[in-house]
Design a protein around this ligand. Structure first.
Ligand code: UD1
Ligand code: UDP
Length: 383
């Protein structure tokens, strides 16, 4: 094949960067591809942390993040800015990831530009429009305009088929050879590629000053549906847990979103055995997940990573688009009810049988080869 496949890879937030980085590295290794990395910088500092780790220098950096940005302006700016870049780059295919505003707006923009779209981490669903908000609709819309769907699990394939994707529209700009072929592929999730790349190096966490005589509970929370009262409940549960259990400390790398920070620092700053820290680089964060006795989180990515590390996870949400780890037993949904969070953590700390029943290493999300599969599939579709 003479002409390289010009592959625009677009991302903007921390989790997209972590999950697209292994794919960018894979495409860069292969002579058949000409990857063009476009970052919206929907996140700035938290994106740069990941770019540095994977040594990725974007070809285009839209630098869009604004303090406490809103969905309307972010969406419209991504649409306009990517239009200009697509006109300049003329990509053969655009790859977007997951369910952020960057993913949805870039996919829509590529559709308007009549460029074929590959959706990485396609097919996740809660089938509840407002939960998570706005991610459920972002991924439904990104799936609707995409041509190739890289689904992480059987469940996500089923969701795509149930969403009518099999019969869905085909991008008018696509080569005819695309039109009869498969559009949905099971690839595994590239998050496992990133995790395996990162955890193999043992990371010295001594700079965090964690107490060796205490068990570590790791907490992350940033979802929009949890802003306000639910996040206050989570913080109150932290206070209850700290009071009831003298042998633990809770470490919370606090997301940079001011809607999170205002509540968390007001409620928890200065509390004994509660460590509020800045978002960690991915390598120390992986090491901290590995070291943790229990993880409390509303993060999507952490729900996928922690099962591989064999750490019990309590999810601070009522619904999840990642049911595989729940079915396997190492992840439980506890929602944002103060008593429920406190009592389930208490049960994990006091009941060894219960703890051991959740402490199992399972890998429902992949084997570390998702990026290779995605590159192979694109190559096969273009050759
Ligand atoms: C976004 C995604 C969410 C994803 C999350 C991962 C949307 C609508 N939301 O939510 O799906 O789970 O990222 O973390 O796409 N900020 C900084 N520096 C940073 C990052 C954020 O200061 O590096 C602050 C800014 O004030 C920014 C705000 O956080 O305006 C919100 O960022 P935004 O991307 O709009 O929403 P997230 O809650 O981060
Ligand atoms: N993460 C990180 N540093 C932190 C917290 C999380 O590197 O301080 C990583 C985590 O391992 C996962 C990703 O960020 O890969 C998840 O990002 P986030 O929770 O912000 O987004 P979500 O996955 O919920 O969309």
């Amino acid at each position: 094949m003479d002409k390289k496949i010009r592959t625009a890879v677009i991302f903007g937030t921390r989790p997209e960067a972590i999950k697209m980085a292994p794919l960018v590295l894979e495409l860069k290794k292969r002579a058949e591809f000409e990857p063009v990395v476009i970052v919206t910088a929907q996140h700035r500092q938290m994106l740069d942390q990941v770019l540095d780790l994977f040594e990725i220098i974007p070809d285009y950096d839209l630098n869009l993040m604004k303090p406490n940005q809103n969905l309307w302006s972010l969406t419209s700016e991504i649409l306009m800015e990517t239009k200009n870049i697509f006109e300049e780059v003329k990509p053969d295919i655009v790859l977007v990831h997951g369910d952020t505003t960057t993913a949805f707006a870039s996919a829509l923009s590529a559709f308007y530009a009549r460029v074929p779209i590959g959706h990485v981490e396609a097919g996740l669903r809660t089938f509840n429009k407002g939960y998570p908000f706005p991610e459920e609709i972002n991924r439904v819309l990104a799936d609707a305009v995409s041509d190739l769907h890289f689904a992480p699990t059987e469940g996500s394939i089923e969701n795509l088929l149930n969403s009518g994707i099999k019969e869905g529209i085909l991008n008018a700009g696509m080569d005819n050879s695309y039109q009869d072929g498969r559009r949905i592929y099971k690839t595994g999730n590239t998050v496992i590629d990133a995790l395996l790349y990162t955890v193999k190096k043992d990371f010295d966490l001594s700079y965090l000053g964690l107490r060796e005589d205490l068990k570590t509970i790791l907490l992350t929370s940033h979802r929009r549906e949890n802003f306000g009262k639910p996040l206050e409940n989570i913080c109150d549960a932290v206070l209850d847990i700290i009071k009831a259990h003298k042998d633990i400390e809770i470490v919370y790398p606090v997301h940079l979103n001011p809607n999170v920070r205002d509540i968390v620092f007001k409620k928890l700053d200065g509390v004994e055995r509660v460590k509020l820290i800045e978002p960690l680089d991915y390598a120390p964060f992986c090491a901290l997940m590995k070291k943790a006795h229990i993880i409390l989180t509303d993060s999507g990515g952490v729900q996928e990573e922690a099962p591989s590390l064999g750490v019990p996870v309590l999810v601070l949400r009522d619904e999840t688009e990642r049911p595989e780890a729940v079915h396997s037993g190492c992840v439980k949904l506890v929602g944002t009810n103060r008593e429920k969070i406190t009592s389930t953590v208490g049960q994990l700390l006091d009941d060894d049988n219960f703890y051991n029943s959740m402490k199992m290493a399972v890998n429902p999300y992949g084997d570390g080869l998702a990026s290779k599969r995605i590159a192979d599939i694109i190559l096969s579709r273009f050759s």
